[in-house]
Design a protein around this ligand. Structure first.
Ligand code: KG4
Ligand code: ZN
Length: 368
C-alpha cells in the first residue's frame, strides 16, 4: 500500500538530496516500486515487510525489502529485567512486550524514515516460544494488518533464524547444512532451498545456549550467559579441565551431563579456587560445547552430502565456535540473537494469509 502522501514526502527529499547507504537504498527501492507499480514480490510475498518478533525476551521490529535490504531493525532486550531471576520469567516478558511493542514498531518506521503507508505486508513470529509473549506480537501484527488492509505472514521462529543468513551482503547459497544453536533450540537442518528445511538432529535435553546460560550461572557470571562465558574464556586455558562431551548416537546432542560435570567441579574446587580459576573453567566448558556443535555439524554435512555449512542463532555469535568452523558461513553478528529482520527475511519465503483469514491465527509454543 504505497500511498501518495508518502511518495510526496520521498519526492521532497529525493535521492538527489545526497542521503547515503540505508536511506538511499530505501528511496531507490521505493522509486523502483512506484515506477513499476509493484505490489508484491516475485514470490507473491509483499515488497516491503514490517516484521514483529516477541517470542522470548526481545521485543523487536524491522522493515526489510523483498530483496533483503534491512531498512531498520530495532531490538529492545528485556534481559536486565530477567537477570536477577537467572532466566526469562514468562509473565514478566508478556507484560513488558505489551508496553514495548508499539514504541518499537514506531521506532522501526522512524529509523527507516517510513510510515505504515509504505508497508506492503506484516510478518510476525507465530511460534515456537512463550505463548503469552508470542500473542502480544501476533495481536499487534493482526491489528496493524487489519487497520491497513494488508496481508499477514506468520513466520516460524526457527525459519527466521535460518533466514538471517540471507541478510548477508553475500548470502550463502542453498543447498547447505545449517546448525541452529540458540537458547531454546539446537538443530541440524538440511536446507535444500530457501524456505525449506529437513531436521537431521536435535538436542535430547538442554539447548546449547541453555548450557551456556546454566554454566554462566554456576560460575556466578551474568545472564544471558553465552556472551559472558565467551568473553571470560578468552583469558582462560580451554584444556585446563576435561569436561565430557556426551556421545549420543546419530546426529543428536546432549548437554545436560556437561552442566552436571561443571557443577561437581565447582563444588570440589570450593568458592575461592573457583573464583581464581574462573577463566579456565569458562574456557574448558565452552570448548566442550563448541567441539560437540562443530563435530556434529561437520558429520551431518558429510552424511547428507552437503558441501556448505552455515551457523545461526544466538550461539552463532560465539567466537570459539567461529574459530572451530573456519569454512562455515555464520549469520551476520547483528542477526544471530533474536531480531525481527530475520523474521521479515523468512516471510519472503512463507505464504501470506489474506484478511480476514489471518484474524484466526494463533500462536504455538513448541516446534512441530
Ligand atoms: O537466538 P537467541 O537470541 O534466542 C533463542 O531463540 O533462544 O539465543 C540466545 C542464546 C542465549 O542462550 C545466549 O546465552 C546465547 O544465545 N549466546 C551466546 C553468545 N551470545 C548469545 N552463546 C555463546 N556465545 C555467545 N557469544
Ligand atoms: Zn531465537
Amino acid at each position: 500500500m504505497t500511498g501518495t502522501s508518502t511518495s510526496a514526502t520521498w519526492a521532497a527529499s529525493g535521492p538527489e538530496a545526497g542521503f547515503a547507504g540505508r536511506e538511499a537504498s530505501r528511496r531507490d527501492l521505493v522509486s523502483t516500486r512506484q515506477k513499476e507499480g509493484v505490489r508484491g514480490g516475485t514470490t507473491g510475498s509483499p515488497a516491503l515487510v514490517l516484521a514483529i518478533e516477541t517470542s522470548c525476551d526481545e521485543t523487536a521490529a524491522a522493515l526489510v525489502s523483498e530483496r533483503g535490504e534491512v531498512l531498520s531493525s530495532i531490538v529492545s532486550s528485556q534481559s536486565d529485567l530477567h537477570a536477577r531471576f537467572g532466566g526469562v520469567v514468562p509473565e514478566i516478558a508478556s507484560r513488558r512486550h505489551l508496553e514495548l511493542v508499539a514504541p518499537v514498531v514506531r521506532e522501526a518506521l522512524d529509523q527507516a524514515d517510513a510510515s505504515l503507508d509504505d508497508v506492503d505486508g506484516v510478518a510476525v513470529t507465530q511460534g515456537p516460544g512463550l505463548v503469552g509473549a508470542l500473542l502480544v506480537g501476533v495481536s499487534a501484527a493482526k491489528a496493524i494488518a487489519w487497520a491497513r488492509g494488508l496481508p499477514l505472514v506468520p513466520v516460524d521462529h526457527l525459519d527466521g533464524h535460518v533466514a538471517s543468513l540471507y541478510l548477508d551482503d553475500d548470502p550463502v547459497e542453498a543447498p547447505f547444512l545449517c546448525l541452529l544453536a540458540s537458547g531454546g533450540h539446537t538443530l541440524l537442518l538440511a536446507v535444500p532451498e530457501r524456505g525449506r528445511s529437513e531436521r537431521l538432529g536435535t538436542t535430547l535435553d538442554d539447548a546449547a545456549g541453555e548450557a551456556f546460560d546454566k554454566g554462566s550461572r554456576l560460575l556466578g557470571l551474568g545472564y544471558p550467559g553465552g556472551a559472558e562465558i565467551d568473553r571470560l574464556a578468552q583469558r582462560g586455558d580451554p584444556k585446563a579441565f576435561a569436561f565430557p562431551v556426551a556421545r549420543v548416537p546419530g546426529l543428536d546432542f546432549s548437554f545436560s551431563g556437561l552442566k552436571t560435570a561443571l557443577l561437581y567441579t565447582v563444588r570440589e574446587l570450593g568458592e575461592e579456587e573457583t573464583e581464581k580459576r574462573k577463566a579456565d573453567l569458562a574456557a574448558s566448558y565452552q570448548r566442550a560445547i563448541v567441539s560437540a556443535l562443530a563435530g556434529r555439524a561437520l558429520a551431518a554435512a558429510e552424511q547428507a552430502g552437503l558441501e556448505r555449512v552455515a551457523v545461526v542463532g544466538g550461539v552463532a555469535a560465539n567466537s570459539a565456535l567461529r574459530d572451530a568452523l573456519p569454512d562455515a558461513r555464520f549469520a551476520p553478528l547483528a542477526y544471530c540473537t533474536d531480531n525481527a529482520a530475520m523474521i521479515a527475511s523468512a516471510a519472503r519465503y512463507a505464504a501470506p494469509v489474506p484478511y480476514p483469514r489471518f484474524l484466526e491465527l494463533d500462536a504455538y509454543a513448541s516446534a512441530a
